[in-house]
Design a protein. Sequence first.
Length: 434
Amino acid sequence: MTRKLLRGRVLSFRAEPQTPDDTQSFDYIEDGALIISGGKIEAVGPYANLRLQANGAKEVDHRPHILMAGFIDTHIHFPQVQVVASWAEQLLDWLNTYTFPEETRYADAAHARAMASRFYDQLLDHGTTTAMAYCSVHKTSAEAYFEEAAKRNMCMIGGKVLMDRNAPDGLLDTPQSGYDDSKALIEKWHGVGRAHYAITPRFAITSTPEQMEMAGVLAAEHRTCFVQTHLSENHDEIAYTAELYPQARDYLDVYESHGLLGPKMFLGHSIHLKDREIGVIAETGSHPVFCPTSNLFLGSGLFDDAKLRKHGIVNAIATDIGGGTSYSMLQTLNEGYKILQLQRQRMHAFRAFYWITRGNAVTLGLQDKIGTLDEGSDADIVVLNSSATPAMALRAERITTLAEELFLMQIMGDDRTIAQTYVAGVAQKKKAVI
Ligand code: GUN
Ligand code: ZN
């Protein structure tokens, strides 16, 4: 692989920015550069210094754009690429009418493979270099998901969903087959190359207590695997869960009583939480996942970021395609900003860009590899153009600070803002805008 010298404005976070003008939490080099080799960041610093060190490396000049770590999406559904923007009432109607029937198609390996390729094209076009995905119930879909990630040398996390009730026949496993298929996938993929497995009981409604128990056994047997599920997204979902699990103290208890909580657990949505649930999420170090575009699209509710943070909880942020409406983590920040505004909470630009890079990496425990541009980390990089559209360029004329420029991209940015995406040092966008 060619050694490269990328030139541009380099921005990388060291810690979570505490205030809108907290410049201590990141490194910013106006005329900066990265040397990348062997898929990793070999050096980062001022261009003037690195040029001497580059020693014949191929130079790519991305000025005046910003070089930042690739974006990380911590909750997305791979078999929902053709479900996005489906007209429905709220969550359960949307699942039953569109999502479940669509996911039955992923039993077909050829279909799953074709869709995996298109799924990754979307992620990379939108600047996402790592995601944690729900595959369909079929082992074939997870195989296609991991095979395509390996081909592209991407750091991807995912798992087949466990679901053994309340869905069409073509979408059900059993406690035993779900256990066996997950175990086989873990053995084949977890820790191989850049792949990680996530044990994935879809949510309480689609798993019997027997299956939830099996998920708990799997998690206990594979402690380095991630675990992901949905929690308290919608009022009808919560009421139905209470009927299905009458012994549970609350929704979270369905997962808690099966030993599924902990720092590896990602709880999609986590909107309508009781105080006891918040206390247990904090105690166990589990991570709620804020899914703004989905929460608005499905009318699910307003994620209370500040309340959870007050309890010491570290929240992740994600698109939740196909309940979510954009692959763009920038559009996710845009809608997230508005959800927090409605609750008199603010998401300033430094925190926003920290969140979709190093912040999400920290929730995954992968901050030594991804989410930063530190020397030695994987060379997953996005190149950001804050004047990507005429409307952005017009607004940018009056911008004087980095914070303002980032905020412009946080609100108006999308795939057009991504001038280039590098995965392990390799440029992914064919028509790079440089
Ligand atoms: N709850 C269970 N499954 C799903 C899903 O596919 N999308 C969303 N948004 N919520 C869910
Ligand atoms: Zn989801």
